[in-house]
Design a protein around this ligand. Structure first.
Ligand SMILES: [Zn+2]
Length: 346
């Protein structure tokens, strides 16, 4: 979830103004302790593990094009919060992030020099009865010790969960949107199954889409195959699995209409994904807002004739080809490493 929409997240260009660059992040991790939710040594050990995973994840998603540095503040410097966790609403779904930020950043020791980092991750102890959703604050914050570039807050039932921290940091650092669809309120209803960490941080396919990696400059131009009106009617493309770090092409993209792009990529059950091997076909609609289903899965292409679509509220068609607005994408052959796809335009 992204609480502040002033520095608006976006799925297109121009990219929102970010706290630094997409090629590095230096983040301070600040434990908070409350009389009704004391932060323990075991929380601290788990947080260290989570941040190691956090660093590994983004370095893998960027194919080594970003450098993550972090400093987990020592247990002795955990911020002793002035009021209870319950007062901030931590036991409900919506915590008062602004108040937690204001109180924690003004109470934190000036010796921590929090303003010298790109942003701050606030972390509360692990507890299953503390049910607030992790949140992001994407604006900078004035503190008595200088300006902090942005903040995320997690803990409770999602305490020391690297995926929750990484999802929220994706809003602040990378300006990425929520891919889930909250349009039919109040329930979560995805249009993109569990693909991408910005969709579901609890899902089984948290590898970032090639679209996101393209936006962030984590793909070379030669790894993006664009289909334009001037491209021959029929073209064939080799797509290397998204998860593999190499210089092969990763995505085929075709603009369907202003702000709407068709993307084709190869997903494999490797790296962070536990999925059926597929060519994933989806439409990115940058005119839709965050949390409004801005990416819609259109098909999972496979040559496995026996495979049935997954049981889900949002059904993704399965087959060897799909036709979308005048373009036909056909899976020609498949290997462990990638897929050969043919694109035919009207
Ligand atoms: Zn979110």
């Amino acid at each position: 979830m992204d609480l502040s929409q002033t520095r608006t997240a976006s799925l297109g260009f121009p990219r929102p103004t970010t706290i630094g660059s997409y090629s590095s992040l230096n983040i301070a991790v600040l434990p908070l302790t409350f009389t009704d939710l004391p932060y323990r040594e075991s929380d601290h050990a788990a947080l260290h593990d989570a941040m190691r995973e956090f660093k590994k994840y983004f370095e893998a998603m960027s194919y080594g094009r970003t450098i993550i540095s972090y400093q987990v503040v020592a247990l002795a410097d955990a911020v002793v919060m002035p009021v209870t966790a319950r007062t901030y609403g931590a036991f409900g779904e919506d915590i008062d992030l602004e108040r937690v930020m204001r109180d924690s950043l003004s109470t934190a020791s000036s010796s921590l020099k929090l303003a010298s980092y790109d942003m701050v991750a606030l972390e509360m102890a692990r507890s299953d009865s503390v049910r607030f959703w992790p949140v992001a604050y994407t604006n900078s914050i004035e503190t008595p010790n200088g300006r902090v570039g942005g903040a995320v807050l997690a803990g409770g039932w999602q305490g020391a969960n690297w995926r929750a921290i990484a999802h929220e940091v994706g809003h602040v650092w990378l300006g990425l949107e929520d891919l889930y669809d909250m349009t039919p309120p109040p329930q979560y209803d995805g249009t993109f199954w569990e693909y991408d960490l910005m969709n579901s941080f609890r899902g089984s396919a948290p590898e970032l889409t090639t679209w996101h990696r393209f936006l962030l400059g984590w793909l070379d131009d030669s790894q993006v195959r664009c289909i334009a009106a001037t491209t021959p009617r029929k073209t064939t493309h080799y797509l290397s699995a998204v998860t593999d770090r190499n210089s092969f092409p990763k995505m085929v993209a075709k603009v369907l209409s202003p702000g709407r792009t068709l993307v084709v990529e190869s997903r494999r059950s490797r790296g962070y994904d536990k999925v059926n091997d597929s060519v994933l076909v989806y439409v990115v609609d940058s005119t839709r807002r965050s949390g409004d289903g801005p990416i819609e899965a259109k098909a999972e292409l496979t040559l496995n004739k026996g495979r049935k679509p997954r049981q889900d509220r949002y059904l993704i068609p399965v087959g060897s080809s799909i036709r979308i607005e005048g373009a036909t994408i056909r899976l020609v052959s498949s290997s462990k490493w990638g897929d050969l796809v043919e694109v035919t335009q009207r």
